[in-house]
Design a protein around this ligand. Structure first.
Ligand code: NAI
Length: 441
């Protein structure tokens, strides 16, 4: 089996962590049991570009139990858990191409390896796999994709075409990926249907909010070990992730400030009890800055220029573009690594700015990503959406689709039942009442 990981001898540690996650993912466990019996994914080849974590290991096992052949590569150069990657290879016989800290070239070489598996279904977290495939299809590469371009140019035309002609459809895990895919659909270049897993309620309401909320704070604390209580934490973006981060920072005693560009979300933040202001003002008073926008250069030169000595900046949005690291690099006179995931930038006037996790998503770079309990729902959506795509993909158009409501609700019911919670059902009378307009008082 072809694979590329850090060290196979780490596999035993990884296995124990995967088992621990498995115990906290009961919904995915039930799906895996059904998949084992019914083999609904028999014959399908799935390439997954995901964070290589314990939860991903359990998802990959589930797909394999369903009869699929699976290959994994990383969706971020810093998020791989090397021991988990080793265990996926050794104990579950699933090829993995991913090493924590890999450079851009290796990152895209690994994506190439996953593509050369000729998948029928793609699974992405951030759309790097699908966009790479589209670059090959449309023969349009940017400078980052030198390796991808060389590889595609070396393929025979028949091979190149079958790379994307084999694909029935794909799924996408995160907000940023969905934005990229919708842009491809809008530009008329999307080659196959995609299900936006992120848009399921049982995904973004829980994963983005409670998952990112808790694990982002975890990442900041593991990287810095600062006391949050009493500090001023600036959260940029009051979307699903930002709400979670703000809520948890507040819960730990921080004074939370929100920056936004959307007037409705800014208003929501204000009425939720946070201070809302422009970044140019927040930059002067914040102790810790966390971006969760999916946008570019949210914290940039003009903000670094007025930050306090000792300010800490980190990002939890998908790509490492939210903090303008290039500006910091230009402004610095000295730079050193202080702790595992903390870099100190000394500016001309002597002020020090601390960058956490190279500006990559801090919860995965500096901690372990989302707790398994929320990934249980996200990855159950993935497993059921792959099954749906395999059954229905050929009937779908080249569009970005929402997760079918039945799948979303099934996952919510299964999750509730795993907590031992039962809820009421509508009576016949209530159903009639709720669907009629004639009945008033
Ligand atoms: P969202 O769309 O719900 O929220 C983003 C918010 O940022 C919006 O309210 C938008 O108005 C605001 N925003 C955009 N530009 C801004 C700017 N310049 N300044 C201030 N606010 C700005 O998106 P969601 O779901 O919260 O995701 C945010 C990012 O986090 C995405 O990149 C997503 O892929 C990523 N993500 C990261 C996870 C992680 O594990 N760290 C997990 C889930 C999502």
């Amino acid at each position: 089996m072809d694979f590329h990981i850090k060290d196979l001898s780490l596999a035993e540690d990884g296995k124990e962590k995967i088992e621990w996650a498995e115990r906290r993912m009961p919904v995915l466990g039930r799906i895996r049991e059904r998949f084992r019996k019914e083999k609904p994914l028999s014959g399908v080849r799935i390439a997954c570009c995901l964070h290589i974590t314990t939860e991903t290991a359990n998802l990959a096992r589930t797909l394999k139990e369903g009869g699929a052949q699976v290959v994994l590569c990383a969706s971020n150069p810093l998020s791989t858990q090397d021991d988990v990657a080793a265990s996926i290879v050794k104990h579950f016989d699933i090829p993995v191409f991913s090493i924590k800290g890999e450079d851009e070239d290796t990152y895209y070489t690994h994506i190439m390896k996953a593509l050369s598996f000729f998948p029928n279904i793609t699974m992405d977290d951030g759309a790097d796999l699908v966009s790479s495939l589209h670059m090959i299809a449309h023969k349009k590469f940017d400078i980052l994709h030198r390796r991808l371009k060389e590889w595609a140019e070396g393929l025979k035309e028949k091979e190149r075409r079958s790379l994307f002609e084999n694909v029935i459809g794909g799924t996408e895990e995160t907000t940023t990926g969905v934005i990229r895919l919708k842009s491809m659909e809008k530009n008329g270049i999307l080659l196959f249907p995609i299900i936006a897993v992120n848009d399921a309620y049982t995904k973004h309401m829980f994963d983005n909010r409670y998952g990112t909320g808790q694990s982002t704070i975890d990442g900041i604390l593991r990287a810095t070990n600062i006391l949050l209580s009493g500090s001023k934490v600036v959260v940029s973006g009051y979307g699903w992730c930002g709400k979670g981060v703000a809520m948890r920072a507040k819960g730990m005693g921080a004074h939370v400030i929100i920056t936004e560009v959307d007037p409705i979300r800014a208003l929501e933040a204000h009425l939720d009890g946070y201070e809302v202001m422009e970044m140019k003002k927040a930059a002067r008073i914040g102790d810790v800055f966390i971006t969760t926008t999916g946008d570019i250069n949210v914290i940039r030169k003009e903000h670094f220029e007025v930050m306090k000595d000792g300010a800490i900046v980190g990002n939890s949005g998908h790509f490492n573009v939210e903090i303008d690291i290039g500006a910091l690099e230009e402004m610095k006179t000295e730079k050193r690594k202080l702790r595992g995931h903390l870099e100190e930038y000394v500016l001309k006037d002597g002020r020090r700015i601390y960058l956490v996790g190279e500006g990559r998503l801090v919860n995965l770079a500096c901690a372990e990503g989302h707790p398994s309990e929320v990934m249980d729902m996200s990855f159950s959506n993935q497993a059921l959406c792959v099954e749906y795509m395999w059954k229905n993909g050929e009937k779908l158009e080249k569009k970005v689709y929402s997760v079918p409501k039945e799948i979303d609700e099934e996952i919510a019911y299964l999750k509730l039942s795993s907590y031992g919670i039962k809820i009421d059902k509508l009576t016949k009378e209530q159903k009639v009442y709720l669907s009629s307009w004639e009945l008033g008082t």
